[in-house]
Write a protein that binds this ligand. Sequence first.
Ligand SMILES: *[C@@H]1O[C@H](CO)[C@@H](O)[C@H](O)[C@H]1NC(C)=O
Ligand SMILES: *[C@@H]1O[C@H](CO)[C@@H](O)[C@H](O)[C@H]1NC(C)=O
Ligand SMILES: *[C@@H]1O[C@H](CO)[C@@H](O)[C@H](O)[C@H]1NC(C)=O
Length: 184
Amino acid sequence: MRSLVVKSCCLFFLILFVSQHYSVSATKKLLDPKKPCKRFVLYYHDILFGGDDVANATSATTANATGLGNTNFGMLVVFDDPMTKDQHLLSPPVARAQGFYFYDMKTTYNAWFAYTLIFNSSDHKGTLNIMGADMMMEKTRDLSVVGGTGDFFMARGIATFQTMNQEGTKYFRLKMDIKLYECY
Ligand SMILES: *[C@@H]1O[C@H](CO)[C@@H](O)[C@H](O)[C@H]1NC(C)=O
Ligand SMILES: *[C@@H]1O[C@H](CO)[C@@H](O)[C@H](O)[C@H]1NC(C)=O
Ligand SMILES: *[C@@H]1O[C@H](CO)[C@@H](O)[C@H](O)[C@H]1NC(C)=O
C-alpha cells in the first residue's frame, strides 16, 4: 500500500514536470543570435545628388536640414541605391535599396532608415523590409528586418550596419550584414 502511494506520487510529479516543460517550450522560441537560418553580406552605395550629377547620383535631399543644431537635423534623403556583393561601387548590383533616411539628432549625426531591398535576379526574387536607428558614431548598428516577400516570405531578422567609407556628404558606403532568424 505504501509503495503504491509513493509510486503514484512520483508519477504525479513526473506528469507535472513533463507538462510544464512542454507548455514552456511550446510558447517560447529559442533563437540563437549566432545561428541565423540565412545570412548574407551586401554593400550599400549612396551618392547624394549635387545638382549637376544626374547620371551618377542615386539619392536626393527632399527636405533640408532645419538649422536646429548643426548635424543636419530634419534633413530627409530619398534613395534608390545599388547593393553589391563586394565593396566596389561599379560591381554589378545584386539588389536595389529603395527608401529614405532622415537625420534626427541635435547633438550628433544620427539617422533613421526605412527601406526595401528589392531582389530581381536569377539568384533571388523578392523583398526584405528594413528599418531602425543608424547611430553613426557606433562602429556597428543593428536594424530590424521586419518582413519579406517572395524568396524572403515572412522573413525577420537583424541587419548590422558598418560604415566602410565616407566622402563628406557626397558618398558613403555601408556594409550590411543581414541575418535572418525566421525563414520559410
Ligand atoms: C560618381 O560618384 C562617385 C562618388 O562620389 C565618384 O567616386 C565617381 O567618380 C562618380 N562617377 C562619375 C562618373 O562622376
Ligand atoms: C537645401 O539647402 C541648400 C543650401 O541652402 C540649397 O542649395 C538647396 O536647394 C536646398 N534644397 C532643398 C530641397 O530645399
Ligand atoms: C525584374 O527583371 C525582369 C527581367 O530583367 C524584368 O522584366 C522585370 O521588369 C523586373 N521587375 C522589377 C520589379 O524590376
